[in-house]
Design a protein around this ligand. Structure first.
Ligand code: AMP
Length: 377
């Protein structure tokens, strides 16, 4: 299967070739033909499956092929995402895929001044990527109208619900034209998700890829038993091994993330923490440094990590074992993306053993235990 088989137009294929995408991922293969035919979609997929291209490519193609070059630009596609990081990442994808097209897009999110965003909107855009709060804000101020939207994407719908965006989402949906194509993506499916999906989708195609427990099989995983007071020394010990060029380290709390990053820097290991208490600029700087490899270690909390998408991330380290087994699978899904292999290491104290047991149950295997380390307990 190739992208040409999916009936994508030449300018898109050329952009994909340039990015080194040779074969569509399963969600792309299953969604793109239906989306090009104008169907609604219910996609159960997490990040790392290639879902962004699965909705972005058909939207770009449909907009490009029926574009009226003489008409004024108005927002014809709206992508709603729960976090700034995810919105920016989706925006990066649109930018890369639309390289050879004449469509414009912009991204809006809260936590920064609205001035530049308003300036971009005034120029006219075809595609808008937004977080719910800032979108409503700018609609209420009269800077955005959704009357011409033909394509609506709700990305990470489960995360939106977790983050308490249900009312904002409903307000946005109420402003959309009834006649539109809707694409709904969620990593997990719950009764609340189904209820929401049923209210906004019309006769959708359902596509489900890599259920949460099976992605774990792509990543090589091991666990280190260690006393709580030795975790920092163990992390430094593990990272002294030059084989780990680049790692995302997860902590449970924001304070924990700061402490771990500080400790690593004091041992000469360049690290940055990324979490909700940091300013948008600080987060973007850290992420950029991590992506361009000037920062070797990024320490993140779960919320902040949503949407972190780093190509060829080789290692994920669970400094703390998450309480929810699904969170573990999401974390390690940051590595081993789109078929490449990855390594996940987890540090587990006696107190965390029940969580580890839940994880082993979810992924249906016992994670290998590393016994040969100086802090074994
Ligand atoms: P996503 O699930 O949209 O966050 O995508 C995960 C990662 O896979 C991103 O880094 C994409 O650039 C990459 N990707 C998406 N589609 C493909 C593909 N067909 N071939 C190779 N990489 C891809």
């Amino acid at each position: 299967m190739t992208f040409s088989n999916l009936k994508l137009i030449k300018p898109l294929i050329t952009a994909l070739d340039k990015m080194g995408y040779s074969v569509p991922t399963p969600i792309q293969e299953q969604s793109i033909p239906h989306l090009l035919e104008g169907r609604d979609i219910f996609g159960c997929a997490q990040t790392g499956t290639g879902k962004t291209a699965a909705f972005a490519l058909p939207i770009l193609q449909l907009l490009e092929t029926k574009k009226d070059p003489t008409a004024r630009r108005t927002i014809k596609a709206l992508v709603l995402a729960p976090t700034r990081e995810l919105a920016l990442q989706i925006s990066d994808n649109f930018k890369m895929y639309s390289h050879n097209l004449s469509l414009s897009h912009t991204t809006i999110f809260g936590g920064v001044s609205q001035n530049l965003q308003v300036r971009d909107l005034r120029k006219g855009v075809d595609i808008l990527i937004a977080t719910p709060g800032r979108l409503l804000d700018l609609i209420n101020q009269g800077f955005i109208k959704l009357n011409d939207v033909e394509f609506f994407v709700l990305d990470e719908a489960d995360r939106m619900l977790d983050m308490g965006f249900i009312n904002d989402m409903k307000k946005v949906i109420a402003k959309l034209p009834a006649k539109r194509q809707t694409m709904f993506f969620s990593a997990t499916v719950s009764p609340d998700i189904m209820k929401l999906a049923n209210t906004i989708l019309k006769n959708p195609v359902s596509v489900s890829v890599t259920p949460v427990s099976s992605t774990a099989t792509l990543v090589s995983q091991s666990v280190y038993y260690v006393k709580k007071e030795n975790k920092r020394s163990l992390l430094t010990y593990v990272l002294k091994d030059g084989k780990i060029e680049h790692a995302l380290v997860f902590t449970r709390t924001k304070r924990g993330a700061d402490k771990v990053a500080k400790d690593l820097n004091s041992h000469g290991i360049k690290a940055e923490a990324i979490h909700g208490n940091k300013s948008q600029n600080a987060r973007e700087r850290a992420l950029k440094g991590f992506k361009n490899r000037t920062i070797r270690i990024l320490v993140a909390t779960d919320i902040a990590s949503r949407g972190i998408n780093v190509d060829k991330l080789s290692h994920v380290i669970n400094y703390e074992i998450p309480e929810q087994a699904e969170t573990y699978v999401h974390r390690i899904g940051r590595t081993g993306r789109a078929g490449s292999s990855g390594i996940a290491l987890s540090f587990c104290t006696q107190d965390e053993m029940p969580y580890l047991k839940d994880i082993n149950k979810l992924i249906k295997k016992n994670i290998d235990v590393v016994k040969t380390h100086p802090y074994n307990s």
